[in-house]
Design a protein around this ligand. Structure first.
Ligand SMILES: [Zn+2]
Length: 252
């Protein structure tokens, strides 16, 4: 009796194990990220003002939805949270410079502008984020002095083609609609700290995939979203020390 009971128990355990395995497989298949069948174009997703307490959640959402993005970090936060900068790179993101303390750069002297930009380059590099190739001035405010200082640090200034208005309280629906206006090569402004933007990520991914648009890197040469590094500007053109595997992945 006892042997028979054990045998029945074992059979039940085996059945349950098989069912659990099947359930896991189903869940995994259902969680496959939306992906364009073929990339007919690329768009640049950008998230400003991190890294912060929201960055880990944002990175998880981007990864789960098969998206890569450019993170325009503030130097002061990169210095305070170096592990999050490394997490951005590990998640396949590109890291850009968004000034050290987020001032209105056009109101500062050339020396002050240089300090904002150079300290951020240093903070990101010290954190393990590579030396940024892309620079976004706070508020998108720029002038000839800002541009020339950025250029001296090897940075290409990137503003945006589409403003999600997440900084201005845009709803998740409105942020999804903004991303829906992106066309090949264009860049959208979003923020690391916006809960509505975080909530919009899965639908942004679905919308891009439905239009065969892929999330790409922003070319330091053209300032537009592309599949991968433009080899004409050198081996580190994609910045942040992306591996060959990451570069190949980015072309998908
Ligand atoms: Zn900002």
């Amino acid at each position: 009796m006892r042997a028979a009971a054990r045998s029945a128990h074992r059979a039940l355990v085996t059945t349950l194990t098989l069912l659990a395995t099947a359930a896991t497989a189903t869940l995994t298949a259902g969680a496959a990220p939306p992906r364009a069948a073929a990339c007919s174009g690329h768009v640049g997703l950008t998230f400003d003002d991190g890294p912060s307490g929201n960055t880990a959640k944002l990175l998880t959402a981007l990864r789960q939805n098969g998206l890569r993005a450019t993170m325009f970090n503030q130097g002061q936060y990169a210095a305070a949270n170096p592990a999050l900068v490394r997490a951005q790179v590990a998640a396949g993101m590109w890291v850009g410079n968004h000034s050290y303390t987020h001032p209105h750069l056009t109101r500062l002297s050339q020396v002050q502008i240089d300090s904002e930009i150079s300290r951020t380059q240093q903070a990101v590099a010290n954190a393990g984020g590579g030396t940024p190739k892309l620079f976004r001035p706070p508020y998108g405010e720029t002038n000839a002095t800002v541009k020339s200082v950025a250029a001296r640090h090897g940075l290409t200034e990137i503003i945006w083609h589409v403003d999600s208005q997440d900084w201005n309280g845009a709803s998740t629906d409105a942020i999804v609609r903004s991303a829906g206006r992106l066309t090949d090569g264009q860049v959208i402004l979003m923020h690391d700290w916006s809960a509505n933007t975080l909530a919009a990520i899965p639908r942004i991914a679905q919308g891009l995939a439905a239009r065969n648009l892929c999330a790409g890197m922003i070319s330091p040469r053209t300032g537009r979203a592309v599949a991968r590094a433009d080899l004409r500007v050198g081996p580190r053109a994609d910045g942040n020390g992306a591996t060959a595997t990451e570069r190949r992945r980015a072309t998908r």
